[in-house]
Write a protein that binds this ligand. Structure first.
Ligand code: ACO
Length: 319
């Protein structure tokens, strides 16, 4: 079950007005097309593992746990500090943990849904007791800051949850992860990718995206896996207390909720203040909605994401 949540954002806030001074864009265009009003951009010392560690510390405190209670760390990121070692091992070292396993998961914007799924399966198998599941990104480092079609969309940050193993009754009243559904289809690579990497260019590369193409697939893909999650748990949109989607674009979020009949007041939206923080967006949104008292113990929460690959997936959690 989810024992605690934490988050960490870079200091620097970049508004749409500031972007107007950098590329040929307007606040009106960005807000109308995406809902984004501002995002945080990491400074030189604010690396992915630094943000991830801060989010993890906050999640541990929120859970009333210490680093000694953790035997699994899964970090979802596409912007690690280094090609290797993994950001998860750096978080592990920063927290002073010397037992268990730590590794990164790379599923771009679906990374947190993938990481939750993997951690849940480790815990369910009985091999591990308590996990830190973290989504952490510094997408600002892989943006082409001269490409107005992409640089206005993304932001940096990290969010984390502490996930503990707990025996349940096998019903939807159990607390914790109730169902997970992952999908991928590598034929869509060209629609959203980074044009560099260790084994090709030997450079980090820049994010490239055909926004229209991504948009065209997004709603259908995420609603598919949400339907799978409802079917697996014998629940419906009416049973949900909160819908916490990947925060890429307000129009995708609203269209997905509308298609499945999820009431607008159940949607947690943070895209307006964080932009698209890729794998960090869901745990950042969870942290906001827990902090302000919306998500409470016992609530039924649907998570979903879609991203580069394409990858997509859903998770239903009883809080
Ligand atoms: N400011 C002003 N004008 C712009 C900007 C900008 N920042 N960017 C593009 N434009 C212009 C284009 O050049 C184009 O002009 P033209 O008609 O003269 O050629 C016009 O705006 C329309 O461009 P489109 O790309 O057709 O705009 P669209 O309505 O499709 O919106 C957007 C673009 C917001 C990217 C949209 O396609 C989208 O949200 N796609 C999904 C992207 C996404 O969410 N990706 C993330 C999901 S996966 C993940 O999270 C990694």
């Amino acid at each position: 079950m989810v024992e605690g949540v934490g988050s960490s954002l870079p200091e620097r806030r970049v508004t749409n007005a500031e972007l107007e001074t950098m590329v040929d864009t307007t606040d009106e265009w960005i807000v109308q097309r995406t809902g984004i009003r501002e995002r945080r951009i990491a400074g030189p010392g604010e690396t992915t593992s630094v943000l991830a560690t801060r989010a993890a510390q906050e999640a541990l405190a929120n859970a009333g746990r210490t680093a000694a209670d953790i035997d699994l760390i899964v970090v979802a990121t596409s912007t690690p500090d280094f090609t290797f070692p993994s950001s998860a091992t750096q978080v592990q070292a920063a927290l002073g943990i010397v037992r268990g396993a730590a590794f990164d998961v790379q599923a771009v914007c679906s990374g947190f849904v993938y990481a939750m799924t993997i951690a849940d399966k480790f815990l369910a198998s009985g091999s591990h007791e308590r996990a830190l599941v973290i989504g952490a990104e510094t997408f600002s480092r892989i943006l082409d800051w001269e490409d107005r079609t992409t640089c206005v969309l993304f932001g940096d940050g990290a969010g984390a949850v502490v996930l503990g193993r707990q025996e349940g009754q096998g019903t939807t009243a159990d607390r914790g992860v109730l169902t997970t559904h992952l999908r991928s289809d590598g034929r869509h690579r060209e629609k959203l990718y980074v044009d560099g990497g260790p084994s090709t260019t030997g450079t980090v590369g820049h994010l490239r995206m055909s926004g229209k193409e991504v948009f065209r697939h997004a709603v259908g893909m995420v609603t598919d896996v949400m339907r799978d999650a409802f079917a697996a748990t014998n629940t419906t949109a009416a049973d949900l207390d909160w819908f916490v989607p990947h925060q890429a674009n307000e129009r995708i979020i609203d269209a997905s909720a509308d298609k499945l009949g999820i009431a607008p007041e159940k949607i947690v939206k943070t895209v307006q203040m964080h932009g698209n923080t890729s794998a960090a967006s869901i745990p950042l949104a969870l942290a906001v909605a827990c902090e302000d008292g919306r998500i409470k113990r016992g609530d039924l929460v649907m998570l979903e994401a879609m991203g580069g690959g394409f990858t997509w997936g859903s998770v239903i959690v009883r809080w």
